[in-house]
Write a protein that binds this ligand. Structure first.
Ligand SMILES: *Cc1c(COP(=O)(O)O)cnc(C)c1O
Length: 382
């Protein structure tokens, strides 16, 4: 019989051989091979001039995909939830009034964080799968007169895309700043930070940008920066204090934390891939793949959970048909074909599939091959 320590030695002596997966879930999404090559390059120090050169390139590329001229645009060393916590902790102080649009799991997470930072929260709730209309949004904001508004642009738990121009206009009328969760939309759909009037947006690298997880791109408008300067107390979170991170990445280059050169290389490569294809062309490719997916899934007899016109392009949520066990379908796809998709959770557990068609998989072929395997899995799981 082997002892625990013998097992440990066995573990670390064996090199890893991850299975080859096709990532058709809500994220992480399939990574372009070029990005893995970039990640295999030697690291440099987090204060090396080369690191800041890469960081400058990343900041420039991020302005492009966010659709913004905001000077303060940079990746935070954290996943999407870290970007969320950075947005919440910098712009919410005890007693700050937050108007929160809720219609899914990730909006609830914003609320949970805001509560911990002492926000006074008012909510506009929609059923999971519906967006707030322009009129509802504007009326809610004019009635509540909050200091901060927060919404999820692409609610990955339901498949809803929330339009935000009217929402942002109403927020600015009452002098509120707007925080947008663009975690799933960035890189695959038009986020249009400046055109919409979004003040603070955060995202992640492993969804619409098709890079590995680990960084959270953020952008902050001049209005929001002014709000930061007016804070009465320093951010309770030292790690996510945007003024300190900005100082490290842009201004004095003074040490704040050891940023991962590897993850910056990956994001840089992912932004280079987007620039080469053209951002608009890439977004249109995602829209075409989405339309092809919807047509195909409807031919298989399934219906989409979200009404047309409110759907996220790169994350589809068809309903699970009666008599189908969604866990069995997912297990079959993973075991037989190495394909990952996800199910619903909360009120949508067992009711929807969550199928990401993003990055290198957002092609005619990527959709058709998926649908063929999915059809097979559905038949096997009845
Ligand atoms: C995935 C996701 C998050 C959380 O991101 P992590 O990288 O998992 O921390 C937040 N908001 C939305 C809308 C997401 O889809």
């Amino acid at each position: 019989m082997s002892t625990i320590s013998e097992n440990l030695i066995h573990c670390v002596k064996t090199s890893i051989h991850p299975p080859k997966r096709l990532l058709y879930g809500p994220g992480p999404s399939q990574v372009y091979p070029r990005i893995y090559s970039a990640m295999a390059q030697p690291i440099v120090g987090h204060l090396d001039p080369y690191f800041f050169q890469v960081s400058q390139g990343v900041q420039k590329g991020l302005r492009e995909v966010f659709g913004t001229a905001n000077e303060l645009t940079m990746p935070i060393s954290a996943t999407g939830s870290g970007g969320m916590e950075a947005a919440v902790s910098n712009f919410i102080e005890p007693g700050t009034k937050l108007a929160l649009f809720v219609g899914g799991f990730f909006a609830e997470r914003i609320g949970e964080m805001a509560k911990r930072h002492g926000a006074e929260i008012v909510r506009l709730e929609k059923p999971w799968g519906e967006a707030a209309s322009d009129d509802e949004a504007a009326e809610f904001i004019r009635r509540e007169r909050p200091q901060v508004v927060a919404f999820v642009q692409a609610e990955t738990s339901t498949g809803v895309f929330q339009q935000s121009k009217a929402l942002c206009t109403a927020a600015h009328e009452v002098d509120a700043i707007v925080i947008a969760d663009c975690v799933t939309s960035l890189g695959a759909m038009p986020v249009d930070v400046d055109a919409n009037g979004i003040d603070v947006a955060y995202s992640c690298t492993q969804k619409g940008l098709s890079s590995p997880p680990g960084l959270s791109p953020m952008t902050i408008s001049p209005r929001a920066q002014e709000r930061l300067r007016q804070r009465k107390q320093a951010n309770r979170s030292w790690y996510f204090d945007l003024t300190l991170i900005q100082d490290y990445l842009s201004v004095s280059h003074r040490y704040h934390h050891t940023a991962s050169a590897t993850l910056f290389y990956a994001l840089h490569e992912s932004l280079a891939i987007i620039e080469e294809e053209g951002l608009v062309l890439r977004q249109q490719r995602h829209l075409r793949a989405h339309q092809r997916f919807v047509a195909g899934i409807e031919r298989l007899g399934l219906t989409m959970h979200v009404a047309e016109g409110h759907r996220i392009w790169n994350l589809n949520t068809p309903r699970v048909p009666d008599g189908v066990n969604d866990a069995k379908v997912r297990a079959y796809l993973l075991e037989k074909h190495g394909i990952e998709i996800a199910g619903g959770f909360g009120p949508l557990a067992g009711k929807i599939f969550r199928i990401g068609i993003m990055g290198p998989l957002a092609t005619d072929d990527g959709v058709d091959r998926f649908l063929a395997k999915f059809d097979e899995a559905m038949k096997e799981s009845r």
